[in-house]
Design a binder for this molecule. Structure first.
Ligand code: AMP
Ligand code: GLY
Length: 437
């Protein structure tokens, strides 16, 4: 008998919504599947424009009518939504209403990421390990609470703030400033409520899981480097590098995360009547005692974690996504993975996450690819046949290796082959693993 993931005999034409490194990695991985004949990225980037089998479509990510029409005319069998904003805006709902097969939660499920207060209430109800916290709708009450608790303390805007809504305040002054800024409108409507949270210490890890609303299964655990500078210094960014699997999450700990985090979050969603089909991303703080505290849930693949998790996956990604969409994840055989490790080094423009230049021509991409690395594009575009930079984070250079150190070294060999003006990247991706083990 054929394995269950071969039940779908027909070829798959897929759409990936988004334009980052995560979406390039999703498109690249989908195209590794023998069944996927083509991928269209909406709107995509310079990498997806030049990826064989992939093309870009210049359409807005929230143009539900336009995307639905394209799907129906082109007979698209799968739409995978990358970023959180269209999910929070209900793009999955709109496409599903037209009978389209969508990987990604509806608006109700996306609240897991779009409202930290909502997610916290679910965690508390389900007994999921997480930092103690309180929610406030005005500055005075939040400030009074912070004074009572003392520093260090963590201040979070409730809504989506492009990864910038969290302040880990080492002093009371910093905490009060963060609260004032949020209520002064720094993050617009995302700051209508503020969460004040106990400050946890430990190792951070990202466990991305897929679910069809009934079954939830983890992918390879990963770790990313959020801060801009070597030694994990300076401001937070969208992520400067990542690796998987991370030794921080042992197989035993992953079982514990399944039982104490993933199964309960799915049950909490079900209790709310939510039929969630897509990725649940648990951002964890593993304490010295080994408790996997949830610091955030995201409703989508991580970026840059996806650039290291998906290249290790041997099971065709379309078959996992379709099993989630069609609620038959339980019948899928265990996911198959390559042996070894994957590491990703993000190449950014100097100045990021502050002001940075754009429009630099990027050279050496072919040489980098010839080393065996995968160069996932983020802020790039194809202009008259030339790939140029168009964002802060431009490339995610991923390499595999039999050992952790090989994967990291291979990624840097490929990075060294790439040149563009004002290129900036961290030199120490993976140092936390080296420091600990
Ligand atoms: P988030 O946007 O929720 O991922 O938070 C951004 C970063 O803030 C996380 O990656 C952590 O490094 C840090 N952080 C968030 N919550 C806490 C917490 N309760 N204790 C310590 N650090 C935290
Ligand atoms: N790498 C962090 C995130 O995707 O939110």
């Amino acid at each position: 008998m054929k394995p269950a993931y071969f039940v779908r005999e027909n070829a798959v034409k897929a759409i990936v919504i988004g334009s980052g490194g995560r979406e390039h990695a999703m498109a690249w991985t989908l195209l590794q599947s023998p069944k996927v004949t083509s991928v269209v990225c909406i709107p995509g980037n310079g990498g997806t424009a030049t990826l064989p089998g992939c093309s870009n479509l210049a359409m807005s990510v929230d143009d539900v009518e336009g995307i639905a029409r394209f799907c129906l005319v082109q007979n698209i069998g799968l739409v995978a939504i990358g970023p959180e904003q269209p999910l929070a805006d209900g793009v999955a709902d709109g496409l599903r209403a037209q009978g389209i097969t969508v990987f990604g939660p509806n608006q109700d499920g996306a609240q897991l990421e779009a409202s930290k207060a909502w997610a916290k209430a679910l965690m508390q109800e389900m007994g999921i390990p997480t930092a103690a916290s309180a929610v406030f709708a005005n500055e005075k009450a939040a400030t009074a609470y912070v004074e009572e608790q003392g520093a260090p303390i963590v201040i979070k805007a409730d809504g989506l703030a492009a990864g910038k809504g969290v302040t880990v305040a080492m002093t009371l002054e910093e905490a009060k400033d963060a609260i004032a800024a949020i209520f002064a409108g720094q993050f617009g409507s995302a700051g209508r409520q503020v969460l004040v949270e106990e400050c946890l210490t430990g190792q951070e890890a990202s466990v991305l899981a897929v679910t069809d609303g009934v079954t939830i299964r983890p992918l390879m655990p990963a770790q990313d480097h959020k801060q801009i500078g070597d030694g994990d210094t300076g401001p937070n960014t969208g992520g400067m590098g990542a690796y998987a699997p991370t030794p921080v999450v042992s197989p035993t700990l992953l079982e514990r995360i399944q039982a104490e985090v993933l199964e309960p979050v799915l049950q909490g969603l079900k209790n709310r009547g939510i039929d969630y089909r897509g990725v649940v991303y648990a951002g964890l703080m593993i304490t010295a005692e080994g408790v996997p505290n949830v610091i955030e849930f995201n409703c989508r693949f991580g970026d840059p974690e996806t650039q290291v998790v998906l290249p290790l996956l041997n099971t065709p990604l379309d078959q996992i996504m379709l099993a989630c969409c069609e609620q038959r994840l339980e019948a899928l055989p265990p996911f198959e993975w390559k042996s070894g490790y994957a590491a990703c080094v993000v190449m950014a423009a100097a100045g990021y996450p502050g002001k940075y230049p754009k429009g630099m021509a990027i050279n050496g991409l072919e040489v980098a690819t010839k080393t065996g690395a995968m160069v996932f594009h983020a802020g790039t575009q194809l202009q008259k046949g030339v790939v140029t930079s168009s964002g802060g984070r431009n490339l995610g250079v991923t390499a595999l290796g039999e050992g952790f150190e090989n994967a990291i070294a291979n990624a840097y060999v490929a990075v060294d082959a790439i040149q563009f003006d004002n290129a900036y990247y961290r030199r120490d991706i993976g140092h936390r693993v080296r420091d600990q083990f």
